[in-house]
Every structure is written in structure tokens, then in C-alpha cells.
Design a protein around this ligand. Structure first.
Ligand code: NAD
Length: 252
């Protein structure tokens, strides 16, 4: 938990894919700093409710905001409703992401499309919907969850890496576009973090990754969440268009 209690007091945040893993840790961290947190998810209502209970148990406030970020109209409808009801939207964390791994020669067209639609299309549409409110109020923080593989590459992850590299380009373009409205746009690029996404890695692959990580261990969701929260807070007021690596030294 943060030492920055109340740094985000009275602010409103939306975290996509917050039912578990990194998104859940981000929701908890932002709430611990005083923000009211919208917990988005597509499936896994029980997990999302458990995230909300954890937020409330820690003295924070939040609410569930279920929608599929990949559906063309869903982000605009739901984000507009959320921001209007709360009267503001200060923070958007584009965390929802999927990986459908497979070698490129056997990769299915539908898997390519789905990966693009969730990881890149979802972040684009959520950012566009949020930016409307942020630009009007001349304040906002958008943080996108990229990945070390955007820079490093990884066999079997051509589609995933392409979306994350695209997300970093989008981060830099949007940062320039929204800077005059005091809306900052940054990315956090985690390395290998211990979540359900990485739990399915075969044991040999896990051991091979561990051998490449100078800090000698997988990261924890909370270690990504504090980096995200920094970029969402007042201490990062002069940081925009940046990609912050949180990868244990795996790739610099
Ligand atoms: P996860 O699979 O544990 O959780 C992903 C979350 O996104 C879930 O809550 C899921 O319900 C949600 N989601 C998926 N599709 C969605 C959709 N269409 N609409 C709304 N929500 C949707 O993943 P994680 O490991 O916590 O990763 C979170 C983010 O961090 C992802 O963008 C991922 O690419 C990135 N990342 C993770 C790692 C890692 O090692 N775990 C490393 C680098 C980057």
C-alpha cells in the first residue's frame, strides 16, 4: 500500500480489466490513495465483486463497471455514463488485455483480430471516450499497460507484441495531442509478473525467463500498481509520453 494516502482524494478513476491480476492491484492502489474507482471487467463478476470488497475493506470506495472494451460502442456508452454520474473522470487506466499465443505460421485470423480489438482497439476507444471529459475539464491522466515484449519481442507472441508496441506509439501520439489540455498519457511496460496470465506458462519457459531477469524473480502486481499510481498522481505532473519499464532489469 502507498505512503501517498489522499494524493488522489476526490478523484474519479476507471480501471479496465480490474477483476484480477494487475488491474485489481491498480484499483486497490488508486483507492488507497483516495480515488473512487470504477472496476471494469468483461467476465468474472465474482472476482470483480471481490476486488470491490477489498477496496471497501481498505476504507476506499468504488463500483462495478462491466463492459467489453472490444465492443465498438461499449466504451463510449459506459465511460460517458460513469463520468456523467460522477461529474468527473480524472484517471483512466487501460489495463484490460489478452494474450493468445501461437507461432505466426499457424496463427488464426480470428485470434489476430481479437488480440488487436481488445488490446489496441479497447485502449483506443476507452481513451477517446475519456479524453472528451478530461479535455473539457482541462485535467486528466491516462496510463496504458504495455509489456516488455513490445520492445524485446517474444516467439509465439507476434500479435500480442504488435498490440503492445502499437499501444506505446498511441501513448506518445495521444500525449502530444492532449498535452495542451493538461491531460498526460503514459505507459507502464511490465516484465513477467506473477498473475493468472503468466500462470499458464510451462515450467521450462518459466525457468528460462527467470534466468534472464537480473532481479531473479517474477514481479508482483503491486509493484506494477505503484508505478501506475505514480503516473496517475500529482508527482508525475511533468511526465507525459513516457514508457516506464517495471521488469526487474529484464530489458533496458
Ligand atoms: P489477467 O489476464 O490476469 O487480467 C486481465 C484482465 O482484463 C481481466 O480482468 C479480464 O477480465 C480483463 N479483460 C480481458 N478482456 C477484456 C475485455 N474485452 N473487456 C474488458 N476486460 C477484459 O492479466 P494481467 O496479467 O493482470 O495483465 C494485465 C495487463 O498487463 C494486460 O494488458 C497485460 O497485457 C499486461 N501485462 C501483463 C504482464 C504479466 O506478466 N502478467 C506482463 C506485461 C504486461
Amino acid at each position: 500500500m502507498s505512503t501517498n494516502a489522499a494524493a488522489l482524494k476526490d478523484q474519479v478513476a476507471l480501471v479496465t480489466g480490474a477483476s484480477r491480476g494487475i488491474g485489481r492491484a491498480v484499483a486497490l492502489e488508486l483507492a488507497s490513495r483516495g480515488a473512487h474507482v470504477g472496476i471494469n471487467y468483461r467476465t468474472g463478476e465474482d472476482a470483480a465483486r471481490s476486488c470491490l470488497r477489498a477496496v471497501e475493506a481498505a476504507g476506499g470506495t468504488g463500483e462495478l463497471c462491466p463492459f467489453d472494451v472490444a465492443e465498438p460502442d461499449a466504451p463510449v456508452t459506459h465511460i460517458a455514463a460513469f463520468a456523467k454520474e460522477k461529474g468527473r473522470l480524472d484517471i483512466l487506466v487501460n489495463n484490460a488485455g489478452i494474450t493468445i499465443d501461437g507461432l505466426v505460421l499457424r496463427y488464426k485470423e480470428e485470434d489476430w483480430q481479437r488480440t488487436l480489438e481488445v488490446n489496441l482497439g479497447g485502449a483506443f476507444r476507452c481513451s477517446r471516450a475519456a479524453a472528451r471529459f478530461m479535455a473539457r475539464r482541462r485535467y486528466g491522466r491516462i496510463v496504458n499497460l504495455s509489456s516488455v515484449v513490445a520492445s524485446m519481442g517474444n516467439p509465439g507472441q507476434a500479435a500480442y507484441a504488435a498490440t503492445k508496441a502499437g499501444l506505446e506509439g498511441m501513448t506518445k501520439a495521444l500525449a502530444r495531442e492532449l498535452a495542451s489540455r493538461d491531460v498526460t498519457v503514459n505507459a507502464v511496460a511490465p516484465g513477467f509478473i506473477d498473475t493468472e496470465m503468466t500462470a499458464s506458462l510451462p515450467e521450462e519457459a518459466r525457468a528460462a525467463y527467470l534466468a534472464m531477469i537480473p532481479l531473479g524473480r517474477l514481479g508482483r502486481s503491486e509493484e506494477v500498481a505503484t508505478a501506475v499510481a505514480y503516473l496517475c498522481g500529482p508527482d508525475a505532473s511533468y511526465v507525459t509520453g513516457h514508457v516506464l519499464a517495471v521488469n526487474g532489469g529484464l530489458y533496458t
